[in-house]
Design a protein around this ligand. Structure first.
Ligand SMILES: Cc1ncc(COP(=O)(O)O)c(C=O)c1O
Length: 448
């Protein structure tokens, strides 16, 4: 039976949250640990395309894509058909025991779609954290060096090694240490806050690494080409190429963490491509799975193959159902040119947001369908650029109540992030932007 497609429209039939969601919130509090948070107070009954429908029948326009996952749309029909076909034939055998073709298919697709025409290999795992952790393992094994250099503000996951790589203490790290050693945090390029151009910011970072770590000790430099959780920070032009150049001169693996920025999100297949950067290793997840848990490390064959047989793997890595979803999603993105569509979405969003007349909106930045709005307290000294997370929280909550899902990011939650699915219709996107623009105005007015 073909599931009914959700009407792609916003509709509110109860206050948010409605009674059924409130009941579930009460059940949740005695069943689920408080350590797991949720941005919205609703519980979802279905999600298709760019619409999320809650258990009370309210329909929300989704500008979050489940944190940059459902670029091809929720329950994309081609992904769903691939999953349905696969799951009735096979659920699991374990690639480390009796392998399946679909793992190879996804590996071939990622080897082809990632930047660079050198020979590549791909390892499949289950989450972004696991991909980043494997990237570090592989780089250490290939170089025989211990240190991993990351950047201020970065987010790389929640396992012990990736928590060591993640910058922000609260809530991610507080009380969970001790953390893995040999992880070093270099200064990032954040043009809005440091005012440096790319080469200047790169020189500062390189000097920092050479002084405090020593190039000969570094296995990998791992960087998000556009920071996700850290605030949609786009490094100044020239920063990434200068780091790649330094890595290559010093035998350091350049690792791009494209877990959030990859899979067409930024208007290109991968964010690195905007500066013609070719990473040695890349971690990917989120969008490559089309909504199912799928993550990968793709990289130069000679680095990937430096690991002994049996040194990489995991029970579920490359699960056939997830592989079917991933292959369908990657084909869908290619066939429908969703990289170009994401670029168009970005132009549409930035053109509309230029209308906002609120002095606290300090910067609109990002690429493609990955756009952040950084808010600061208006009226304060412009040089302090005091982050205004309170304003962002208020806008998000008002938008939720009006039927639009938005997320925040930034070390002080001061950045409103827009991550719409690429399949969103223009009219629906415009409607969501109308709500957002009106809400910013109302929130500003309520303050004054
Ligand atoms: C850049 C980046 N790396 C790693 C991760 C961790 O991915 P996961 O939550 O799938 O473990 C995330 C998650 O948001 C991310 O944005």
């Amino acid at each position: 039976m073909t599931p009914t497609r959700l009407d792609q429209r916003r509709s509110l039939v109860t206050p948010v949250p409605g009674p059924r969601s409130s009941e579930l919130a009460a059940r949740r509090s005695s069943a689920v640990p408080h350590g797991v948070g949720s941005s919205l107070p609703i519980y979802v009954e279905s999600a298709q395309g760019a619409i999320v429908r809650d258990v009370d029948g309210n329909q929300f326009i989704d500008l979050g894509s489940g944190i940059a996952v459902t670029g091809v749309g929720s329950a994309n029909p081609e992904v769903a058909a691939a999953v349905q076909d696969t799951v009735s034939r096979i659920t699991h055998t374990c690639f480390m025991v009796s392998p399946t073709e679909s793992y190879i298919t996804v590996a071939e697709l990622l080897n082809r779609l990632t930047p660079g025409d050198h020979e590549k290999r791909t390892l499949l795992v289950n989450s972004g954290s696991e991909a980043v952790e494997n990237l570090a393992k592989i780089a250490r094994r290939a170089t025989g060096r211990p240190a991993v250099v990351v950047f201020e503000g970065s987010y790389h996951g929640r396992t012990n090694l990736t928590l060591a790589m993640t910058s922000k203490n609260m809530p991610y790290k507080q009380g969970f240490g001790p953390y893995a050693p040999e992880v070093y945090r270099a200064p990032m390029s954040y043009p809005f806050r440091d005012g440096l151009d790319g080469p200047q910011a790169a020189s500062r970072a390189i000097r920092w690494i050479e002084t405090y770590v020593g190039a000969e000790n570094v296995a990998a430099l791992v960087i998000e080409p556009i920071q996700g959780e850290g605030g949609f920070v786009v490094p100044a032009p020239g920063f990434l190429p200068a780091l790649v150049d330094w890595c290559h001169r010093n035998g350091v693996v350049f690792g791009a963490d494209e877990v959030q920025s990859g899979a067409c999100r930024t208007g290109d297949w991968f964010a690195c491509q905007h500066e013609d950067v070719i990473p040695d290793l890349m971690s990917m997840a989120k969008g490559i799975g089309g909504g199912l848990p799928m993550a990968a490390v793709t990289g130069r064959a000679e680095i990937m193959d430096a690991v002994q047989t049996g040194g990489l793997g995991g029970t579920y890595g490359g699960n056939p159902v997830a592989c079917a979803a991933s292959a369908a999603a990657l084909h869908y993105m290619e066939d429908h040119h969703l990289d170009a569509r994401a670029a168009e979405i970005g132009r549409r969003i930035t053109a509309r947001l230029a209308e906002v007349d609120y002095p606290g909106l300090a910067e609109i930045r990002g690429r493609g369908a990955m756009i952040g709005l950084e808010f600061v307290r208006p009226g304060t000294e412009t040089t302090t650029k005091e982050p205004d997370g309170e304003f962002v929280a208020e806008v998000m909550s008002r938008c939720q109540r009006a039927g639009v899902i938005l997320l925040d990011c930034g070390l002080d939650h001061q950045v409103l992030r827009l991550l719409p699915p690429f399949v969103i219709e223009d009219s629906l996107l415009d409607e969501a932007l109308d709500v957002l623009i009106q809400t910013i105005g109302e929130t500003a007015a309520a303050r004054s």
